[in-house]
Ligand binder design. Sequence first.
Ligand code: PLP
Length: 365
Amino acid sequence: MTYPLGIAKAELDTPALCLDLDVMEANITAVVGTCRRHGVGWRPHAKGHKVAAIARAELTAGALGVTCAKLAEAEVMAAGGVRDILIANLIVGPQKLRRLAELARRADPIVCIDHLDQARPLSRAMAEAGLRVRVIIEVDIGLARVGVAPGEPALALARELKSLPGLQLVGIMGYEGHLLTVPECEGKADKIAQALETLAATRRELEAADIACPIVSCAGTGSYLHSVRQPGITEIQAGGAIFMDAYYRHKCQVPELDFALTVVATVVSRPAPQRAIIDAGRKTMHGDFQSPQVVGRDDVRIVRLSAEHGELELDPSAQNLKIGDRLELVPGYADLTTVLHDQFYCFRGGRLIDIWPIEARGKLT
Ligand SMILES: Cc1ncc(COP(=O)(O)O)c(C=O)c1O
């Protein structure tokens, strides 16, 4: 939908995904400040926002590049003027290798490798195109998703990569994604430190073998406040931090940063005194990891999301909520909410100032 600029949220049709740019920029400034205080770089993940203008704002604020989950996201970022792009994924297949060569002509991507069977075709494709692409070894630091084992297996892979034309080994990365929701009182900080120490130790092994390892990359929003403290880490990838959400706040226990991303919804039914239904269900906002949170009201709770209906449980103080009333909600998980929408309605000081298409939405290849 298009609207005249200057309108208030109350004038939007619902449901609508709203982004408070002042809050987002304050979050960006806060993350940059945290990184600077600890002497690490910031390479924010763009998988959650998928908008080149946001990536440019992050770079202007001090980010050293961006991270993408998919080659197609990286293509969108490159088209928007971003050059330094870590594709934190494995690139496999001739179609993608052709596209990567094209991308490497316009930008300066880094590609993950955890096996020679990705590296050899990549090397051939780059050498044939007369190009050299940066590669980073993905190390499994406990997530058990992808990645070569730390230590000797990573070193053996590094030695092989050094001998392949068309590739420039620039470092290692790991993601401590299995530790985001460990309660602080159950040793989250120590567990993250131990996982990241395997990454730092791997770097030391590479350097002892005369293999330069300038980049040691890790961390997400749910861990970055601990990860920035770990010796040997050079950069973090926390991306969703710019939006914050109920999952990061409550399940990952991130105490800082404000909620920049909200969904505005309308009460469409009041079937019972304690129950209201809004026009925003799971096709509007993600709530599997953590329920969305109603802004400014602790007497109204989301208890169930079906495809297009959100069920609210009302305390006695909220039972005057009526059909047609509006509520603003913080998504459970921002990352899997933005992909449900075509655009961000961008606000400053409560007024619509822009509408940004979510450019890399659906860019899955
Ligand atoms: C490789 C990688 N790095 C970092 C992250 C963290 O991203 P965010 O900070 O947006 O939660 C993820 C999340 O899935 C990831 O897969």
